[in-house]
Design a protein around this ligand. Structure first.
Ligand code: NAP
Length: 308
């Protein structure tokens, strides 16, 4: 079995920050990257609110690359695999299993993040990659001159809807209420964009297509009226769920599956720390995840040195 001092599970802003701090504290961290280096920001088109980057052209992948290079510079190592199981039951050292390795580690920082929530309607799964997308940055280009719908009324829906106007002919934003959840700046920009129309009080009941998406079936929650809206693409931005399945039964979680951590990022098991969206369903910002990743690594280092 490979022996490690600190394993960071996940490589989003929280994980990469924890790696930077752990590496600078000479803990020689191993980052188990997960599905995608950078996590959710690797599929974020524009990052406008991360302090220190006043220019309007910072993309999510740029920021990931910067954080990754910084973590690597101080000696963090990366295993491009996913964690499939853990054993925290006997205390430190803990066991962490990936698809191809098994590790024994003195401490763990869990930063496995969250994933986009699905609508759960007929056609959604069938047309993923054939018109249904959760990533405007990845797929927007394919909708040049086409019509798309965006589902959701939060910051993500509006931000990615605005990004899609660079390619699409028309962007219909379908939201289940008549009031947006998104902040006023994004709302103002979206309402001023001629390519964007809002369809309020409505939900998507079905994604329809023939090999590729051709339409969505919507219904108005106030009037009950149904409508078939022709579209080439469906971009879904209705929130997230924590990637905590592999931790079930190993760490205390809330009723939505978010790991419970205290103000020092300590979980229910001594020696296991958590940071970022795996334990934060409320703030969910790059800046807050970075702060939590930093705090988790500092606390982890303190815990390890007190034991020694
Ligand atoms: P969110 O704020 O949770 O918004 C999710 C949206 O999807 C809401 O409008 C919600 O409707 C709708 N929704 C949820 N379940 C649905 C369903 N089953 N069917 C139809 N609609 C559904 O998620 P988010 O937009 O991804 O943002 C997450 C966090 O990241 C927020 O804190 C946000 O401020 C932050 N963020 C910030 C920025 C920025 O500042 N530039 C950019 C992106 C994200 P209701 O409104 O009716 O609940």
């Amino acid at each position: 079995m490979n022996k490690e001092k600190v394993i960071v599970i996940g490589s989003g802003p929280a994980g990469l920050t924890a790696a930077i701090y752990a590496a600078r504290a000479t803990l020689d961290p191993l980052v188990i990257v997960g599905n995608q280096l950078g996590g959710q920001i690797s599929i974020t088109a524009e990052v406008e609110n991360y302090p220190g980057f006043p220019e309007p052209d910072l993309t999510g992948p740029d920021l990931v690359d910067r954080m990754y290079r910084q973590a690597e510079r101080f000696g963090s190592r990366f295993d491009y695999d996913e964690v499939i199981d853990v054993d925290f039951s006997k205390g430190s050292p803990f066991t962490v299993k990936t698809n191809s390795n098994e590790y024994e580690t003195e401490a763990v920082i869990v930063t496995a993040g969250a994933s986009p929530r699905r609508l759960g309607v007929p056609g959604e799964e069938d047309f993923i990659g054939r018109g249904v997308s959760f990533c405007a940055t990845c797929d927007g280009f394919f909708f040049r001159g086409r019509d798309v719908v965006v589902v959701g009324g939060g910051d993500s829906a509006l931000e990615e809807g605005l990004f899609l106007t660079k390619f699409a002919n028309k962007v219909n934003i379908i939201h289940r209420r008549d009031e947006l959840r998104a902040g006023p700046t994004l709302e103002k920009r979206a309402r001023a964009n001629e390519k964007i129309d809002f369809i309020f009080d409505s939900v998507v009941d079905e994604v329809i297509g023939n090999g590729m998406v051709t339409a969505v079936q919507t219904s108005n929650l106030k009037t009950g009226e149904t409508n078939r809206l022709s579209t080439d693409g469906v971009f879904i931005y209705i929130g997230h769920y924590p990637n905590s399945k592999f931790l079930e039964g190993h760490l205390a979680m809330d009723e939505h599956g978010y790991v419970i951590a205290d103000e020092k990022m300590r979980t229910s098991v001594e020696g296991i720390f958590a940071a970022g969206e795996i334990q934060d369903s409320y703030f969910r910002q790059i800046a807050t995840s970075v702060g939590q990743g930093c705090a988790a690594a500092i606390q982890c280092e303190k815990w390890l040195s007190e034991r020694e």
